[in-house]
Design a protein around this ligand. Structure first.
Ligand SMILES: [Fe+2]
Length: 365
């Protein structure tokens, strides 16, 4: 039995950033060797994701998304969990469903399913995405995300990542206190008048639908925690999902203030295309104010904690999707092929800090 605190044989471990640990092969760098290492040290790696935030495996060179899928689900034994594909439909059906719902809400982030679990992430733009936890539009989401770089971008297009506990602690006291008890509330306005198929699809969805006089519909999701504690250590983390139209300008302004010297930074087209709004409320559903200036402060706090992951071919990253927020940076798409698997069901609600006895120092409240 391997000692859970020491680095597994066959790997060199280096803490390359505040929240990133990089593992490189000390000998055999074959994909089979990595598979064995993940299988034999599963508990060690899961402990370390919670402790560190991001684990990066570099120098093993997986060549296909199928090999990546096998490493994550077979070797590491993670259970795929994808809010967009809970019924385990084939990739082509999921892509159609996603496209259909993009038509309903307008816009969308042209990510496509390569199989029923593996997603190819959308193309690079001259904009910087809003920071988010994957699936953070709802309480039910995945605990981990795994990313694999099949082909890097020719220029920039990194994945920004930030420790959402540090960003939370960096907020001005009054804003931090508000987030300590707040809930995120997301609501879409439909892009077209509802037709019978829309109504049928929506009846099977979590949306609370209000049809308006003009035929359009407001579609609100149940509120989800604006902050969430990491289950293993109680660190309170912001839980952003900044794809809303009302937060798009504050995101861009925060990005321009923090990420200088990267060329022109425009508005994110996904957030601009959907009529989605992100507001805050209390546990009774009463609106909690959040000005544009405060939105910018939150995004700046996150961006200032950024680690820009410059992908190398074959990199695999395992990310704690509660502790670490991420977003796509601007750059050149080229043949960039970054694929993602979301894994392990997680519900943020029981970990809302307002529902937990908190260590005041960790909570920062
Ligand atoms: Fe994402």
């Amino acid at each position: 039995m391997h000692n859970r605190n020491s680095t597994p044989d066959g790997l060199v471990r280096e803490d390359t950033h505040d929240f990133v640990t990089t593992y490189t092969p000390s000998g055999d760098n074959s994909i089979n060797a990595l598979g064995r290492l993940l299988r034999d040290n599963r508990d060690y790696f899961l402990d370390h994701i919670a402790e560190r935030g991001v684990l990066l495996f570099r120098g093993f060179q997986p060549h296909s998304h199928q090999q990546f899928h096998e490493l994550v689900t077979g070797s590491l034994g993670l259970e795929v969990w994808n809010g967009f594909n809970l019924k385990k439909t084939p990739g082509i059906v999921t892509s159609w469903l996603r496209k259909y719902s993009e038509g309903l809400v307008g816009g969308g982030d042209y990510r496509r399913y390569l199989d029923r679990d593996t997603v190819r992430l959308g193309p690079v733009e001259s904009s910087i995405q809003g920071p988010h936890t994957e699936g953070g539009v709802r309480s039910e989401r995945s605990r981990y995300i795994a990313l694999c770089c099949i082909e890097p971008a020719p220029y920039l297009a990194e994945t920004g990542m930030a420790d959402l506990n540090q960003a939370y602690l960096d907020l001005p006291t009054a804003l931090r206190a508000r987030f300590h008890t707040a809930w995120n509330r997301f609501s879409y306005r439909s892009a077209r008048k509802l037709n019978p198929l829309d109504r049928l699809v929506l009846r099977l969805s979590p949306f609370q639908v209000t049809e308006r006089e003009d035929g359009l519909a407001d579609m609100a999701l149940p509120p989800c925690p604006a902050t969430c504690a990491v289950p293993e250590n109680g660190r309170v983390c912001l839980q952003p999902w900044a794809f809303a139209r009302n937060t798009n300008r504050p995101v861009r302004d925060a990005a321009r203030a923090v990420f200088t010297g990267r060329g022109e930074i425009g508005l994110d087209s996904t957030a601009e295309g959907m009529d989605l709004s992100w507001g805050l409320c209390d546990d009774q559903g009463n609106t909690v104010p959040w000005t544009e200036d405060e939105q910018r402060q939150v995004f700046e706090a996150i961006f200032r904690r950024a680690r820009l992951m410059a992908w190398q071919k074959g990199d695999i990253a395992l990310v704690d999707n509660v502790r670490i927020g991420h977003w796509r940076m601007n750059g050149e798409q080229g043949n960039r092929k970054l694929v993602q698997i979301q894994a392990t069901a997680f519900n943020a609600e029981p970990y809302h800090p307002a529902r937990l006895p908190m260590d005041p120092e960790l909570a920062g409240a």
